[in-house]
Design a protein around this ligand. Structure first.
Ligand code: 57M
Length: 359
């Protein structure tokens, strides 16, 4: 909004010229989102407590989690508020992708909100049925992928990291591929959100990484130099990534161990979908496996655990899945599991950045 209000006056007030720069607006979108979280966080936490929206802890979880019972959840509302407000304030609102990425994020936030509402307020322990949750996620993901596909400037080739000459064109099938990237990432982040700060840390790291990818893929000269797909208008998504990273740091202020608030499905589903949506728009879809490698590892640990359990009629690979619970049950203190997982996330993010040169 500020871009539209102030940039037109840059001929009169030369300082307003800065609003044309995506880098400038990204930095301030990030700071704005952080400050919104930081200052209204305590109020949101008090409100969630007052409404008794406290986390129910399942019996079958690690014993150490039982002391967490009653921790306010649905803190993802705070994240979504600050991301949306900051993006609307700093992004160029005539940009097609900004509205799509906001739609993806808020639609998944709505799905998560309904699930949390049923679990935490209606005390229906299971929340939305897995079938309905999956159905709503796929509808939202297909709609988003279709809208991205509709953009005549968007090409349906997929980028294969490390191989610049391999770019298969999926054509109409790209809609299914994009929908699976968005919904898959959403569920992977959801599974990861099982320890204090364990999801929001890597989400912030991934958002910062995609800030770079969105900027370079949206810049004709840099994209050409790096021989990556140039996404017309994709650069504006950098501002959204900045807001996401800022909100992530702001939420982490309260979600860090020992957590004062959990994000709930309203946060985990929306943040995962947002990362998936950014990966599709910036045409760095497969790279998300690396950038969000921690989420992939956590999801795979569940898939392998459940598969092996069924195959062997009751035997387990891990003490408990997702992987963070395995290390908890091995005796690692929760903060140690969290920080070590963050270290892995940072290493994977650095590795993913190297693909810009290793092609
Ligand atoms: C999402 N939710 C956390 C919190 C957060 C198929 C199976 C692997 C599914 C999986 C599952 O239920 N996943 C749901 C993970 C939950 O966190 C809430 O959920 C929101 C995210 N969606 O925002 O509101 C618990 O995680 C802890 N937590 C923190 N700090 C945080 O900042 O400590 C969350 C955020 C919270 C709190 O204790 O209650 C969760 O773990 O449910 N199931 C599991 O992950 C279960 N694993 C399991 O059953 N493994 C089996 C099979 C199925 C693979 C096995 O290994 O044999 C574990 N989770 C629970 N109990 N709750 C273990 C059992």
């Amino acid at each position: 909004m500020l871009y539209h209000l102030l940039y037109p006056f840059h001929t009169t007030v030369s300082a307003f010229n800065v609003f044309r720069y995506i880098t400038f607006r990204t930095i301030y979108a990030s700071l704005t989102a952080f400050l919104i979280c930081f200052f209204i966080g305590p109020y949101v936490i008090r409100t969630l407590s007052r409404l008794q929206i406290g986390q129910y802890i399942r019996e079958d979880g690690p014993q150490v989690h039982h002391k967490k019972a009653g921790t306010p959840t649905m803190g993802g509302i705070l994240i979504l508020l600050s991301v949306a407000a900051s993006t609307l304030l700093w992004a160029n609102l005539s940009n097609y992708y900004i509205w799509i990425i906001l739609m993806i994020t808020l639609s998944y936030g709505a799905i998560g909100f309904v699930d949390d509402y049923l679990k935490q307020i209606k005390k229906l322990n299971k929340g939305l049925s897995a079938k309905n949750k999956f159905l709503f996620q796929m509808i939202a993901a297909f709609l988003a992928a279709f809208l991205i596909y509709l953009n005549p400037e968007f090409n349906t080739r997929i980028t294969v990291p490390f191989f610049k000459n391999v770019a298969p064109d999926l054509g109409l099938a790209y809609i299914l591929f994009g929908a699976l990237v968005i919904s898959g990432t959403s569920n992977a982040v959801n599974l990861t959100d099982g320890l204090d700060g364990l999801a929001i840390g890597p989400v912030t790291i991934a958002s910062t990484t995609y800030m770079v990818f969105a900027y370079v893929s949206g810049h004709a000269k840099i994209a050409n130099y790096l021989q990556i797909n140039y996404v017309v208008g994709g650069g504006e998504v950098t501002v959204f990534c900045g807001a996401l990273a800022g909100a992530g740091l702001g939420f982490l202020w309260f979600n860090s161990y020992p957590a004062q608030v959990f994000m709930g499905d309203v946060g985990s589903l929306s943040l995962g979908a947002a990362l998936g949506g950014v990966a599709v728009i910036t045409k760095q879809e497969i790279l998300l496996v690396l950038v969000g490698g921690l989420f992939v590892i956590e999801a795979l640990s569940v898939i392998f655990q459940v598969g092996y359990f069924k195959m062997t009629h009751g035997r387990r690979i891990f003490k408990m899945a997702p992987l963070h619970h395995h290390f908890e049950l091995k005796g690692w203190a929760e903060p140690k599991v969290i920080i070590r997982f963050w270290i892995i996330a940072i290493a994977l993010a650095l590795l993913s950045m190297s693909t810009l040169k290793l092609r």
